[in-house]
Design a binder for this molecule. Structure first.
Ligand code: ZN
Length: 279
């Protein structure tokens, strides 16, 4: 019971372990359409269809088309600041007593190979595990939280630090929501495909330099705690996403902000790699 879902040339596809793609509308005989958001709301069907891939002919390969964001239109986007002790320390802040929740607006969402359109002199990268909700829920207990997760993907929480701290107190939303500041992908995988869903390796390279090297095992508020906390205040629904925070190594700590031509390579264990070029 597992699946990999991707957005290939703007159509929902299931992907096997070797990179072959299976168009969802084709293999479901039209029961499911090409829309990613509808697919995410029907994860039982995705599990069932994935189990039949061995008997079917692929309809293409992932590397033969353009990958878009696996969750192109999230109803709600939550993101968490200062959720790794190492990043709290490099930011010279106090660890939060409750999750520091902000939003990224939907216009920032883009795909795993899309360009990041730099605006500003202090634009930063933040590699993050992104959780995709698959079922309606409110007041979800932490012990049941993973049951509400459709899958996970990789994300870059691109952040304009100058805009983020332009006002006092700071506001995160706008500086993290410029167009193209939210690449996600390359695929969304069901949590059971992760070696350990509460300890996945996260790395970020800029050009050939390793800048971030962390593990979600070090989250201050883990995925279950975040879902419990957020769902106590806002009803979650299929397609909602949660950016869980970034480990240390961001440019704001080293002074190495993004410049034109930089290639951001974001890899999460069990999910895959995104490559985004700064323009
Ligand atoms: Zn972030």
């Amino acid at each position: 019971m597992s699946f990999r879902l991707a957005n290939l040339d703007s159509r929902a596809v299931l992907v096997d372990a070797t990179g072959y793609a299976y168009d969802l509308e084709t293999i479901s005989d039209g029961r499911l359409g090409p829309d990613l958001m509808a697919a995410i709301a029907d994860i039982d069907a995705l599990h069932d269809l994935d189990a039949t891939l061995g008997d079917r002919d692929p309809t293409g390969r992932l590397d033969d088309g353009v990958l878009g964001p696996p969750v192109p239109r999230p109803p709600k986007i939550f993101a968490i600041g200062l959720n790794y002790a190492s990043h709290v320390a490099e930011s010279q802040m106090e660890p939060p007593k409750v999750p520091l929740v902000f939003t990224k607006f939907i216009n920032c969402i883009t795909g795993p190979t899309a360009d990041v359109e730099l605006r500003g002199e202090a634009v930063d990268y933040e590699a993050e595990l992104v959780v995709v909700i698959g079922r309606d829920g409110r007041d979800i207990p932490a012990a049941e939280a993973w049951d509400y997760v459709a899958g996970v993907t990789a994300g870059q929480d691109i952040s304009d630090r100058a805009l983020q701290f332009a006002a006092s107190p700071p506001h995160f939303d706008l500086g993290k929501s410029r167009d193209s500041y939210g690449p996600i992908g390359p695929v969304m995988v069901s949590p059971d495909l992760l070696p350990d869903r509460d300890a996945v390796a996260i790395t970020c390279d800029v050009n050939d330099e390793r800048r971030q090297d962390g593990s979600s095992a070090d989250l201050i508020f883990d995925v279950s705690a975040l879902i419990e906390y957020i769902s106590a205040h806002a009803t979650l629904e299929p397609g909602d996403i949660i950016w869980t925070g970034t480990p240390d190594g961001v440019g704001a700590a080293s002074g190495k902000f993004l410049v034109t031509g930089d290639v951001i390579t974001t890899t999460i264990e069990g999910i895959g790699t995104m490559r985004n070029v700064c323009r």
